[in-house]
Each structure stands twice: as C-alpha cells, then as structure tokens.
Design a protein around this ligand. Structure first.
Ligand code: BGP
Length: 476
C-alpha cells in the first residue's frame, strides 16, 4: 500500500479521558467532572478524576510514542485547566502543562495536533450561563482560543476546533446521556447553532492570529446505506446522510444550513433561531481541512411504524445512529428508520465493523467539500486480557489493518488524506463505558474500581503499528 511522503501516522486522545489531575494545579471543574457524579450515568460510576494520569505520566508516554515512531499526537486542551472559571483569569500552571507536553512531543519530532474542545466545558459556564445554549459561551470560547493561539500559534501547526459536534450536541441535548443531561430537540438544535457560530468565529480569529497554521473541526462521519434498492429505501438513505452528516458539514464548509433539513425542523418547531448576522458569521469561518472520526455508518429503510433503535441502554448507546423512535415525534422518524446491516459483523459493543464504508466515507466527503482530510480517530474498543504480562490484541491489528487498507485505497482514488490518528495511544476512559472498553496500543493497568499501578504495557498492536509507520504503510 502506498501512502504519501510525510504522512502523519498518529494517535489521538482527549483531556478528560487521559489526564486525571482533575483538581490539580488550579484546574477548575468541567461539566464531565460534575455529570459523572450522577449515579448510573456512567458504567460503575466511573469518572476521569485520575483517568490514566497522563498529567503525571506524559513524559513516559511520549517516550513510548517516540519508540513507536509516531509522527503526530492529537490531544485536547482542558479549557478549565487554562481558565478555571471558563473566562477571566488565566491559570498559568495549566498553560505550562500543555507547553511541556508540546515541547516534549517536538523534542521527539512528533507533530502536536491540538483539539480546542473535546467536550469538557468549564462547569461555571454551564451553571452561570447555560453552556452552549448561551451566546455568552461563544465569546468565552473565542477568548479561550485567543489565549491558546497567542501562546502556541508559533509551535503548533494543526488545530482542531470542535470534536464531534454532532455527537456531543445530540448525546448532551437530545438523549441526555452526556452533559448537560437534556432531552429536548429544540434545545439541541439551538445549542448546535451556537456551537456553529463559535466554530466559525474561532476559525476566523485563527486565520488572523496564526496565518501559517491550519485549522478545522473533527466530525464523526458515518455513511448511511439503503437496506434495499427500493427507491423509497434509497431516498431514506439520502435523507439520513443529509440529516446525520451534511447538516453539519454544509455549515462548516459552505457556511449555510441544508435547506431540506431546515424546512423539516421549522415544520416541527424545533429549528434554531438564525439571525442575518449569524448567517454572515457562518460564511466567515471556513476550515482549512476536515478531521474525520470514523467508527462506522448505518443502514436505513423507508420509515414505517415499527420500533427502531432508541439508544436507551447506556451500554449500547451508539452516538453515530441518531435514529429516533418511530412512534415519537422526531425528525428522523419522518425520514428513515435505522435497521441492522446483514453484511456486517459487530464489536463487543455492537458497533458495526465496516472498513469499506471508510473508503466510501472519505470519497463522499472529499467529493462534496474538496478539502484535505485527516483521520482524527479510528480504532477498536475491546475487552483486552493481560496474560503473562502480555496483551495479544490481534483483533485490533486486524481491525486497524483493514481500515488503513481502505484509507490507502481512498488515497489512490485521489482523496488527499494527510494523516491517520488511531484512537488511541494508551488505554483511556471511555466516556460512559468505563475503563474496560480499551482502545490503546499501550495497556494501562487500571480498572473501573481502582487506578491500580497505572503501569504502561505495550500490546502486540504496538509493534504492529511501529512496523506500519516504519514502512510508511508498505506492510499493510
Ligand atoms: C468518539 C470520541 C472519543 C472516543 C471514541 C470512542 O466519539 O470522540 O472521545 O471516546 O468516540 O467512543 P467510546 O469511548 O464511547 O467507545
């Protein structure tokens, strides 16, 4: 398989899922610190207070990244570590921490990819202003971004604005399975609009302050297939792709909402309130590239009255299938009905395994928006077993191998993909699934009940990825 020269072979993480040190060196609480205290919201009531303690282990972890030959590391900054109150006074120790991480990465020739927002809003902004339902949060976000652009603009080339806006707004405001624990479509689409404005304004500022850098959002993309060739099913799949994907990507890349979906939301009285000024803002902040997080897509048929996936059981919540309940009054239930795909196997958590869907996704996104792409997440969550000091995760190797082959094919098809960040480098906290849903190349000795030794142990996949990087994909 042929990959471009200087391809960014990387891995990704997020602050809340790895750092721990939740109240150390002046860090303020985030909405996840608070949400995880609500009994039953997360598996075994797990939280990120200690996580895998990257805060104190970053040097050791970066040495392992260097040993692996990693070319890029995507991490997120915890807003409330920089601004404990979400705005106002800067916590110098927070800035110092990320500076040390960036310097350490660069010492080992690893390109830092900095995510500005990976879901951990400062709690104060939620309680005081209503979080992403308030325009005040746009200003606070832009000020937070300005601090990081000023501080790291000369060191960091690649920046991600929002991680999976589609997922955090849907899970947080529609399905009440993420903070702020709301279940209200109108509020979700309004919060989503506020985030769109924050995204555009941050990008606009970035282009002024860091003209030599590149910035874009990371989107959770999954292609939706029709169950059959019946035109009604094909139309349902077209609608599902518009509802699940283009609704967001059109705003990012074209600066406007998809008319067909907006009309539907208006009919249902759940459309966001968009002012003339807002429309101008959305036109001004277009990304330089798109980050794509790919786990899987979905399959749909024309809607009927049968029950569809509701995502009520937190174990099985699937952020990429936002299908509603056919009996309820959701916009999806008028457009499509999610069904199982008879051709695909599933992970232990019921996520479809669909490598070819990855190639399709990359082709579709590129053809529509003509922007360079970077894979900012892809990986397999599995129950790994530590036996005799080793983890034989051949299933993860197979998964990543199959997906990377399809990325390689998409590149041969002409899609400009400039990097691949596996999710994740070390094991980490899965937001609501605890510590048993492991994704890393490096096993961390901890479980849902205790941080144990936090020892880092290379899995079989570590050596495999090392070899892939060494040969620039030649061994795929
Ligand atoms: C994405 C998130 C990541 C990560 C990943 C795996 O949606 O951006 O932060 O968590 O999914 O998801 P999970 O932990 O639910 O298995």
């Amino acid at each position: 398989m042929k990959f471009p020269e200087h391809f960014l072979w990387g891995a990704a993480s997020a602050a809340y899922q790895v750092e721990g040190a939740y109240n150390t060196d002046g860090k303020g609480p985030s909405i996840w610190d608070e949400f995880s205290k609500i009994p039953g919201k997360t598996k075994h009531n797990t939280n990120g207070q200690i996580a895998v303690d990257f805060y104190h282990h970053y040097k050791e972890d970066i040495v392992l990244m260097a040993e692996m030959g990693l070319k890029a590391y995507r991490f997120s900054v915890s807003w409330s570590r920089i601004l404990p109150n979400g705005e106002g006074e800067v916590n110098q120790e927070g800035l110092d921490f990320y500076e040390k991480v960036i310097d350490e990465l660069q010492k080992h020739q690893i390109e830092p990819i900095l995510t500005l927002y990976h879901w951990d809003l400062p709690e104060v902004l939620q309680t005081k202003y209503g979080g992403w339902e308030s325009r005040h949060t746009i200003d606070a976000f832009v000020e937070y971004c300005r601090i990081l652009f000023d501080k790291f603009g000369t060191k960091v080339k690649y920046w991600i604005t929002f991680n999976e806006q589609n997922v955090f707004t849907s899970l947080g405001y529609r399905w009440a399975s993420h903070p702020p624990n709301v279940s209200d479509s109108k509020r979700m689409f309004q919060a989503n609009h506020i985030v769109n404005l924050a995204n555009a304004k941050a990008i606009q500022l970035f282009h002024q302050v860091v003209p030599q850098g590149k910035i874009g959002p990371s989107f959770g993309y999954g292609e939706v297939y029709p169950l059959t060739s019946s035109p009604a099913d094909v139309l349902a799949a077209v609608d599902a792709n518009q509802f699940n994907n283009d609704w967001w990507l059109d705003v990012y890349c074209r600066g406007e909402y998809l008319e067909r979906i907006m009309r539907l939301l208006k009919q249902m009285h759940i459309a966001p309130d968009v002012t003339i000024e807002d429309k101008k803002v959305l036109q001004t902040g277009k990304p330089d590239f798109l980050g794509i997080n790919y786990y899987h897509g979905g399959t749909v048929k024309a809607p009927d009255t049968e029950k569809v996936i509701t995502g009520k059981n937190f174990d099985k919540i699937d952020p990429y299938l936002m299908a509603g309940d056919a009996q309820s009054n959701t916009p999806e239930s008028q457009l499509f009905q999610s069904v199982e795909n008879p051709y695909l196997d599933k992970t232990n958590w019921g996520w479809e395994i669909d490598p070819i869907g990855f190639r399709i996704a990359l082709r579709q996104v590129y053809e529509k928006y003509r922007l360079p792409l970077i894979i900012t997440e892809n990986g397999l969550g599995a129950f790994d077993k530590l036996e005799g000091g080793q983890v034989d995760d051949q299933y993860r190797i197979d998964y990543l191998n199959d997906h990377l082959v399809q990325v390689g094919k998409a590149i041969s098809d002409g899609v400009p993909v400039f990097g691949f960040c596996a999710w994740s480098f070390t094991d980490l906290l899965s937001w609501i699934n605890g510590y048993d849903k492991r994704y890393g190349f490096v096993y961390i000795d901890r479980d849902d009940y205790s941080p144990k030794s936090l020892l880092r142990i290379k899995k079989k996949s570590f050596n495999w990825y090392q070899r892939i990087i060494e040969t620039n994909g030649g061994k795929l």
